[in-house]
Design a protein around this ligand. Structure first.
Ligand SMILES: C[S@@+](CC[C@H](N)C(=O)[O-])C[C@H]1O[C@@H](n2cnc3c(N)ncnc32)[C@H](O)[C@@H]1O
Length: 292
């Protein structure tokens, strides 16, 4: 009897989650954002130009990011897009680069870079100064990374096509973004059926990439770890494991209040963040490397 009740409760919970995510997919289609490339055009000028063409834009907590409420055409086919005046990006995926907060003098490593949403955002925050090493394992995806960097006019970024775990261990970086390959999320890809095996495969790769990141991070340097997967094994479990096995890594606590208007909660580990639907699910954690 108790077993039957448990089964019913689990089934109801599963159905509720499915309905929640299905609703989120419908919502997400209406959640398109543009990040203005402020090195090429001011936010006000681009907003005016697009509004004159019938695009309806809504402000966000960042003065260079707008939500596209309505557009008579595809936002990826405008002359302004081709001129590199903006990048189409979910607001969730804007958070990791702001959290890393690179400065103009920093040497930055972007370990899993294509198609370059976060690389170009980092380059913008650094005002095209300092340096970024953008690593991407997949040759085809490297093409889209190159085209985005060129379209947006960044000169402070060097791309390499390799497995990030193989980068030269003599290199040292002030800041590292590890936007790790993951199993993804149902909101972005509702057809994807992920298995426990997929999740554990990704978790293993995430740890390997993380170990490399720690090796090439300067003492006192900062690292942001992010995924677009809501799975604990790829998010909080990785953070717990890294903190347990690397006494020289400490967590810098993030707070939900820093990102008004984005639907997010604190992760299971205090100081980590989880963006939840209707925004694209994302996990973000920030670390500092201390001296051994
Ligand atoms: C989540 S996507 C990155 C998205 C990107 N940061 C952005 O904002 O546009 C993960 C990327 O990591 C790449 N990747 C997977 N394993 C890698 C590895 N071992 N070394 C370098 N890149 C890798 C994948 O090909 C994929 O392009």
């Amino acid at each position: 009897m108790v077993e039957n009740q448990k089964k019913i409760i689990n089934t109801v919970a599963d159905i509720t989650i499915l309905i929640y995510y299905y609703t989120a997919v419908v919502f997400l289609e209406n959640l398109q954002f543009i990040r203005v490339n402020t090195l090429k055009i001011s936010s006000e000028e681009l907003k005016t130009r697009l509004e004159e063409k019938g695009v309806n834009l809504e402000d966000t907590f960042l003065d260079y990011v707008f939500r596209v409420v309505k557009s008579p055409f595809s936002m990826g086919s405008t002359p302004e897009y081709l001129l590199g005046y903006y990048f189409l990006q979910s607001i969730s995926s804007i958070i990791p680069s702001i959290t890393l907060n690179p400065s103009k003098d920093d040497e930055v490593l972007d370990m899993c870079a294509a198609p370059g949403g976060k690389t170009t955002h980092l380059a913008q925050l650094m005002e095209n100064e300092g340096s970024i090493l953008a690593v991407e394992i997949n040759k085809n995806r490297l093409k889209s990374l190159r085209s985005n960097i060129n379209r947006m006019g960044f000169k402070n970024t060097l791309m390499i096509n390799t497995n990030a775990v193989n980068i030269d261990k003599k290199l040292r970086f002030d800041k590292i973004l590890l936007d790790a390959p993951c199993t993804g999320n149902e909101v972005k890809d509702s057809n994807r059926v992920k298995t426990k095996r997929d999740i554990l495969f990704c978790a293993k790769r995430q740890v390997e990439l993380f170990r490399t990141a720690i090796e090439v991070l300067k003492d006192g340097g900062e690292l942001v770890y992010s995924t677009c997967s809501p799975e604990i094994e790829e998010d909080e479990d990785i953070v717990r494991y890294i903190l347990k096995t690397n006494k020289n890594m400490e967590l810098i606590e993030l707070t939900v209040d820093d990102f008004p208007g984005i639907n997010m909660i604190e992760g299971e580990v205090k100081g980590t963040l989880k963006v939840i639907p209707p925004n694209e699910p994302f996990f973000i954690a920030k670390f500092r490397k201390t001296k051994n």
